[in-house]
Design a protein around this ligand. Sequence first.
Ligand code: GLA
Length: 352
Amino acid sequence: MNITKKIVKNLTHKDIYEYELSNDKNLCCTISNYGSTLLSLYLKTSKGELRNIALGFEDFSTYINNSLYVGATLGPNAGRLANGNLPISDSIYNLSQNDNKNNLHGGFNNVSFKIWNHEKITIADDYISLSFSLDLPHGVDGYPGNRKLSTTFTLNNENKFSIHYEAESDMDTYINLSNHSYFNLSGDLGTSVLAHRLTISASKYLENNEEHVAEKLSSVHDSPFDFITGRTLESQISNYKSHPQLILGKGYNNGFILENTENMDKPALILESPDETITLSLYTNAPSIVLYSGGYIEEGLKLTDGSMSTPSCGLAIEPQDFPNGPNLDFINSSILKKGEIFKRDIIYKLGF
Ligand code: GLA
């Protein structure tokens, strides 16, 4: 187990660090306190090749306020809340509108572009972990409560990489933290991810309105959203070329409703590389996963491996509550009560 730390930038008189964590097996990752962000996730394949499977930028400056939210922690709410409305009990909070008239990833002062603090490092026999914390004062972007958030990243010797979130508040509030890493298991970050094979334990998904806000629950049956048995993203896209949701999202940009995953004994999602050498299995206690196949990724951003970004060069996998849940009357969204602790786990198990 090993960890190193270096300064990569100074912003508003605060140091931004890059930490590198490695286990005793085949995994290594880099993480920053800027946005509590995963910068890279490397694995050493059986052929001895070192492969980075998480999209990142070569130049750290590209991360600052990047609209792709590459690798960042999302919060206080991942995704879009319609019209910036947040109903809690009998009140409706008016949130900032940073994406058309909607609130995206918490608003203008979201946690993705904050410098997190108080790192804690734990080195044990079979795992290594790194934690950050962040205070969000009452009223920022319209959300209630003085909130304390934490993120813990862990690598263990079973080649699992995991993210654990906790939060608490001094008022009833809404917390829905996630991570916005884009995965590309191919070994070439600049190429399309659509040839990857995907399996998701979800028989329902959410359709979006024209501003990408989740509105309606639908069955995946007879639709491009059926990944109950594994298939490639591109095979579904070519079978359903004129599906309005795929056109709107330039590919996938929808919430999938997970089945029986909250005790995390089976994977919610499995992603396999086109060369069939790498499998990423995701376990989570979140009720939903938003999948964004990166159709809006702009071209020409220099990536960690020196290649250039192209549309769909990464698949963002965002375990979270039902997107826009607080505004959907067919869903019981969980409000974080004063004094209670929000806990969320996202575990990636790498097979290769
Ligand atoms: C943001 C979200 C993604 C996706 C895109 C589409 O980046 O994080 O999930 O909705 O917008 O514009």
